[in-house]
Design a protein around this ligand. Structure first.
Ligand code: 13P
Ligand code: SF4
Length: 383
């Protein structure tokens, strides 16, 4: 985009005549990552879009992207922000696909959600397909327990799974309200089907709701009857879907023991997507937003080992040099799909829009969106 075109748009009040290029490939048009004018191009495109655009950035995004976010947050805060802003016409979602889908569901029909790189998915969300969940539900129906089972799906799931949940009296939850969502579900029913993160489900049930590990069973979608006997399904209080996060799954008990031995007085702060053995021995557990607040409110000189995605931990370590902030694992641990969103993709998506081309729009089909919205709104209304 030429600078004269940019100034022209600025002067014209950004009157864009959009041609939608859903899912367009950005090959060839993508600015070089090392381009010396990349920041200046981002600043110019952002200015050209003005209040017609809002940029949401998840805490796992790279610094180069986060610096352009109007609002940063965990997945709950970003869902709230998407719902609250009814005026921005374009929402650039710097996060992963399921978050952009949720933003599309929660915004109005005039607003358009853009995911700067369509390859930014989430392997955990992919671990529960609509067909697999439907098959599971049919078995629960056959066993006569579906009527008293409330499905709760973690935000990290497709819109189709959220719609299934909404249709069947359930709700969405995030890592910041899973306890409230599960309590709400137990007020309505006797059993919970928790999708798709077994670790968040187990950690919440056992550590926050006082259930036992034996109250929870794990449903393996690749096995007949989920790999469970009818009696196990009937007597379980929580049926945990066998999904997990490959980033958080890496942290282990040895990491915790090693850093405790090396740094006396260190406190372990982890995300609830970590394995139960790790979360059980951690000092503090919480969502990405809560992890940030914990460090912000911690005394100067305090020592922390954080078990979550590396972009966030590095940002905290750079920001709080008067505390000791360590990464819990010894090896590098980025979320590769979150990292797909980089400044070249953001610049490409913004400049395309300035040039009148809407690229990488995320849309959820109406019927799915209707029921997924029910499940999302139940979450947003949780006490
Ligand atoms: P938060 O809801 O804590 O932001 O977590 C989202 C996520 O994908 C963590 O892996
Ligand atoms: Fe998905 Fe894990 Fe990445 Fe979060 S960190 S987006 S759960 S793969």
């Amino acid at each position: 985009m030429s600078s004269s075109r940019l100034s022209e748009l600025l002067l014209l009040g950004q009157g864009l005549d959009l041609k939608s290029e859903r899912g367009v490939s950005c090959d060839g048009a993508l600015p070089e990552a090392s381009g010396p004018d990349l920041i200046a191009r981002a600043v110019a495109a952002r200015a050209a879009l003005g209040s017609r655009a809002m940029i949401l950035g998840h805490h796992y995004q790279r610094d180069e992207v986060i610096q352009f976010a109007d609002i940063t947050g965990d997945s709950f805060k970003l869902a709230q922000a998407a719902e609250a802003n009814t005026s921005a016409e374009f929402i650039f979602f710097c996060g992963v696909h399921f978050m952009a889908e949720s933003a599309d569901i929660l915004t109005n029909s005039k607003q358009k959600v853009i995911l700067p790189d369509l390859a930014a998915g989430c392997s955990m969300a992919d671990m529960a397909t609509a067909k697999q969940v439907d098959d599971c539900w049919q078995i629960l129906e056959k066993l006569g327990v579906a009527a008293t089972t409330i499905p709760i799906t973690y935000m990290n799931s497709s819109a189709a799974i959220k719609a299934f949940t909404g249709k069947n009296e359930g709700a969405v939850c995030t890592s910041s309200n899973a306890t409230r969502a599960m309590k709400w579900a137990f007020d309505k029913g006797e059993k919970i089907l928790f999708l798709p993160d077994q670790h968040l489900g187990r950690n919440t049930a056992v550590l926050n709701l006082g259930l036992t590990l034996e109250d929870c069973v794990t449903w393996n979608p690749w096995k007949t009857n989920g790999g469970l006997s009818d009696t196990e399904i009937k007597s379980a209080k929580v049926i945990l879907w066998r999904g997990h996060c490959s980033v958080h799954g890496r942290f282990n008990v040895e990491n915790v023991e090693a850093i405790r031995a090396k740094v006396p007085g260190i406190q372990i702060l982890v995300h609830p997507e970590c394995q139960h053995e790790v979360v059980s021995i951690a000092d503090v557990v919480g969502s990405t937003e809560m992890i940030i607040k914990t460090i912000e409110n911690s005394p100067i000189g305090s020592k922390w080992a954080i078990g979550t995605e590396l972009n966030l931990v590095q940002r905290l370590a750079n920001r709080f040099t008067d505390r000791e902030v360590h990464f819990l694992d010894k090896t590098v641990c980025y979320c590769s799909t979150m990292n797909r969103i980089d400044l070249p993709h953001l610049v490409w998506a913004m400049e395309s829009l300035v040039d009148g081309r809407l690229v990488n729009q995320i849309t959820v089909e109406n019927e799915t969106a209707k029921y997924a919205r029910v499940a999302l709104e139940r979450m947003l209304a949780l006490p």
